[in-house]
Design a protein. Structure first.
Length: 293
């Protein structure tokens, strides 16, 4: 049987549902989600093998046009480098919407790579009859190979998307084992899960310039001992994370631990600290030490 395998980039402005789509395509949560922009900060590879075809999805950070910190420049470099070596691009937008931030990502698409327009969140459109004129307008913006109006939350839509992507992948041997889900380590996933809970539970009051560094990840039989630091830029931010009487930090830890136990299929002992590192998000050496390429 001839095998197919290829790289599929998922790109779009922040908050269009790229990570939700990646998790749906892989069939398991490997990329964190929240309503806060810049939730995804790393190039995350998700793998799904179906029949003779292996799909290797690359989830990228939302391309940032408003912030100019070193962190944002690093994230934008991640997006452009991911586009250089893929076989097909999924350009994700909200169905019926297209603004300047979408246009800036669209301008990055390599002209020699097939691009599929993923019109996500279709169920949020008030009138379905508006889809066709909007799609015609999108075709004038870029010669998309396919139009896929869908909702990443609907299994049937995700199944249909696999069939649409498959012909664009080259005939070649698989890159990963058949049961592989991601190229990221459990240690990396632990830091991401803690960061997701941090974003979700602090809402908009905490600036996005906070990160999570796993200091310790030890395996003892069916137990995982994990120690992580939440790094913020100011003392005031530290108070926001800890909350009154330590309640918020406790809840972040509790929700992260429960999710990690499901993800790692093991008991988890999780310790969290909050550290203040002034200006880390605009310091290239700090960014490298925290794992941002």
């Amino acid at each position: 049987m001839t095998q197919r395998c290829g790289l599929v980039a998922i790109v779009g402005r922040p908050n269009v549902g790229k990570s939700t789509l990646l998790n749906a395509l892989v069939g398991q949560k490997i990329s964190i989600t929240s309503k806060k922009a810049q939730t995804t900060r790393h190039r995350i590879t998700g793998v799904r093998t179906r029949g003779t075809t292996q799909f290797v999805f690359v989830d990228t950070p939302g391309f940032q046009t408003t912030q100019t910190k070193a962190l944002n420049r690093t994230l934008n470099r991640t997006v452009t480098s991911a586009l250089g070596d893929v076989d097909v691009v999924l350009f994700v937008v909200e169905a019926g919407r297209f603004g300047l931030p979408d246009a800036k990502v669209l301008a990055l698409l390599p002209p020699d790579k097939p691009a599929l327009l993923i019109a996500n969140k279709l169920d949020a459109m008030p009138r379905r009859t508006d889809v066709l004129p909007w799609l015609r307008g999108m075709q004038e913006r870029h010669p998309f190979a396919e139009f896929v109006p869908m909702s990443a939350e609907r299994t049937a839509d995700v199944e249909r998307l696999f069939g649409i992507i498959e012909p664009y992948l080259p005939e070649q041997s698989w890159f990963y084992e058949e049961d592989a889900l991601t190229d990221r380590s459990d240690r990396f996933l632990a830091s991401e899960i803690v960061r997701e809970k941090l974003f979700r539970l602090t809402g908009d009051e905490l600036p996005y310039s906070c990160t999570v560094v796993v200091e310790k990840f030890e395996e003892e039989g069916s137990l995982r001992r994990i120690a992580a630091s939440i790094v913020v830029e100011r003392e005031a931010h530290k108070g926001m994370v800890i909350g009154e009487g330590g309640e918020r930090l406790k809840r972040i830890g509790s929700e992260a631990r429960q999710e990690l136990e499901r993800l790692l299929d093991a008991r988890v002992f999780l310790e969290l600290w909050v550290k203040v590192r002034s200006g880390w998000a605009d310091d290239e050496s700090h960014l490298r030490s925290y794992g941002y390429e």
